[in-house]
Ligand binder design. Structure first.
Ligand SMILES: *Cc1c(COP(=O)(O)O)cnc(C)c1O
Length: 588
């Protein structure tokens, strides 16, 4: 009898919950986030770097904030690539196979896209991102590896950033057009905003144009149709150089998609002879933003006839704060996960406790490095960290312009050790040579300065590195760093930055308080490469500030660490970022 009542109550509650979930899953989802890569889980190689990690953090914060969002990306059965480095630092690439069924569940829907006249069937896998309060944002990962597709078409969702231009364009057709169709097949009928995270997803606008033409029961792309699509689209650009924007030859576009009226429309497709994914998104979005204030400015300079705002990136606090700091924050700033602004109260954390938490993180990192590389790093030595994609403009070797100078600083002022990590894109020869140059500097600086290069920079290593070093270093050529987010992860863990004034650091750097700058603040949107001056500035900062403060004025160093958390951790997070997207872009 008692059981009867309890069971009935349970059943009522369960059926109510299921109903609520179902309702939320379809009609109430109003924002669809499209990204070529998303870093969802340490075990899923569905991202390559900053863009994907940002997408993951965006979704994690959306779930915390119970935003009615869902997301779309591709599945990548073979991942990006696993990096192997030999003794000389030469990079070898391997597939990153993973057991799809261990992480995602097949969704009950099928759609197709037409590629060069072929029907390419698609299915979707669902991954649930659960927020701090239990709210779920579903992510759909599109998969063309299905029965009935040609052998080639089955490979289209295998590799992230693999293959040639044709392969990439087919992927973008699947993401943009296939993605919108998949949402319809899954029953999402009330989406009001489509957020394109970078231009890779721009073809979703083509699908929306076709839908809108059908709705207005005409057969033409009228201005009214264009306006209706613009009202639905939001575009975030991430690339501060013209050459970095995704483009495709128009003859290939026509071959793949067939002809379309919009191809001839200057106010939609814009450019003769090629499809520029950035212009397509710019033309069809009512809200466009860059990812830091400076990047907004640079983008307005590049695309002069468009209104481009900026929303500075952030990171997901609960994801990037290391265990020792989570415990510290739980003790002194309860509720910090739900309210990242409260990290401002970090200033009241006792110095001794902060240093203990930092030392625990540092020990974990140094143990890992020594175990994996045999570098013999020392826990008491000032440790600099540098991890990012190995590519020319990031200037990972800026520190090695004058090895004698560096050796003198380490000998006369205080010891230094440096930990590097980063993958070069398989086609980036210059990036690969950069890794080899770091290996050769490592040989030349031994034994006075120890350098370790960690293989296969990824999600987990990113967390270990940004929380475990003493100083996070960044030396890009301005204005190429649209935002950068690893320095924000460091700040959340009380790790100060020593960085070029570019991207987010222009906003986050308070000299001597949250870290140190390298070089002069940028004045023009386009900067010359001041490599020599920047290197000189880097050496001076190390010699006169960073090394002496670390060894001789530990209290001041710890005070800076607290300010990094209070001033930068409390602001450069995706919770603040998503609030800005809500106000400015989604529900404006
Ligand atoms: C955070 C992160 C990035 C992006 O950091 P940047 O500062 O933009 O270089 C790239 N890769 C991994 C693995 C990360 O964790």
């Amino acid at each position: 009898m008692v059981c009867g009542v309890v069971c009935l109550k349970y059943w009522l509650k369960l059926s109510f919950d299921i109903r609520k979930v179902l309702i939320m899953d379809t009609a109430e989802r109003t924002v669809a986030y499209f990204s070529m890569e998303i870093g969802l889980d340490e075990g899923m190689p569905t991202y390559s770097g900053g863009l994907g990690i940002l997408a993951g953090d965006t979704i994690r914060s959306a779930a915390d904030m119970k935003l009615p969002m869902l997301a779309v990306t591709l599945l990548y059965r073979k991942g990006y690539f696993r990096q192997r480095l030999d003794a000389e630092g030469r990079q070898r690439e391997e597939d990153q196979r993973w057991v799809v069924e261990d992480f995602v569940e097949e969704a009950d829907a099928a759609v197709s896209v037409t590629i060069e006249g072929r029907t390419v069937h698609l299915r979707a896998w669902r991954y649930d991102v659960t927020g701090a309060g239990g709210f779920v944002v579903p992510v759909y990962l599109l998969d063309s590896d299905v029965e009935g597709n040609s052998d080639f078409d089955r490979t289209l969702t295998h590799h992230l950033y693999g293959g040639d231009r044709y392969y990439r364009f087919c992927q973008e057709v699947i993401l943009g057009m296939g993605g919108v169709r998949m949402l319809r097949a899954l029953g999402y009928g009330d989406i009001e905003k489509y957020h394109m995270n970078e231009g890779h997803a721009s073809l979703l606008t083509m699908e929306l144009l076709d839908e809108q033409v059908a709705v207005s029961s005409g057969d033409e792309v009228t201005q009214e149709v264009i306006d209706a699509v613009r009202e639905q689209c939001v575009f975030t650009t991430h690339t501060p150089v013209a050459a970095g924007h995704d483009k495709f030859q128009m003859d290939m576009v026509r071959r793949v998609l067939g002809d379309h009226e919009a191809f001839e429309m200057q106010n939609v497709f814009c450019c003769d002879g090629e499809l520029n994914m950035t212009y397509l998104a710019l033309n069809l979005s009512h809200y466009v933003n860059g990812v830091a204030k400076k990047h907004g400015e640079v983008s307005r300079h590049m695309f002069t006839s468009y209104a481009i705002d900026s929303i500075t990136n952030g990171v997901h606090a609960a994801t990037w704060v290391a265990k020792a700091f989570q415990d510290l924050f739980d003790k002194h700033i309860p509720g910090w996960r739900e309210d990242n602004f409260s990290l401002r109260y970090a200033l009241s954390i006792p110095s001794q406790e902060l240093w203990e938490a930092h030392s625990a993180c540092k020990k974990e990192l140094i143990d890992y490095v020594n175990e994996h590389t045999g570098s013999g790093l020392d826990e008491d030595v000032l440790t600099l960290g540098f991890a990012r994609r190995a590519t020319g403009y990031k200037r990972a070797d800026l520190l090695f312009g004058d090895l004698e100078r560096l050796r003198d600083i380490a000998e006369d002022v205080g010891s230094i050790q440096i930990i590097y990590a980063g993958k070069a894109h398989p086609a980036d020869q210059e990036g690969k040579e950069l890794i080899e140059r770091i290996y050769s500097a490592k040989r030349m600086l031994a034994p006075e300065i120890k350098i370790a290069y960690l293989e296969n920079y990824d999600f987990g290593l990113g967390k270990l590195l940004t929380s475990g070093v003493d100083v996070w270093m960044n030396t890009p050529l301005p204005p190429m760093e649209a935002s950068g987010t690893s320095g924000m992860k460091a700040a959340m863990n009380g790790v100060v930055s020593l960085s070029i004034l570019d991207g987010w650091w222009i906003e986050g750097c308070i000299e001597g308080v949250t870290g140190w700058s390298i070089g002069e603040p940028p004045t023009d949107p386009v900067q010359p490469d001041n490599r020599k001056e920047d290197a000189e500035s880097l050496y001076s900062k190390l010699q006169y500030l960073v090394v002496p403060v670390f060894y001789n004025d530990r209290n001041r160093f710890i005070n800076m660490m607290l300010h990094a958390i209070a001033l930068n951790g409390s602001f450069f997070n995706t919770q603040r970022m998503m609030q800005q997207y809500v106000v400015k872009a989604y529900f404006e």
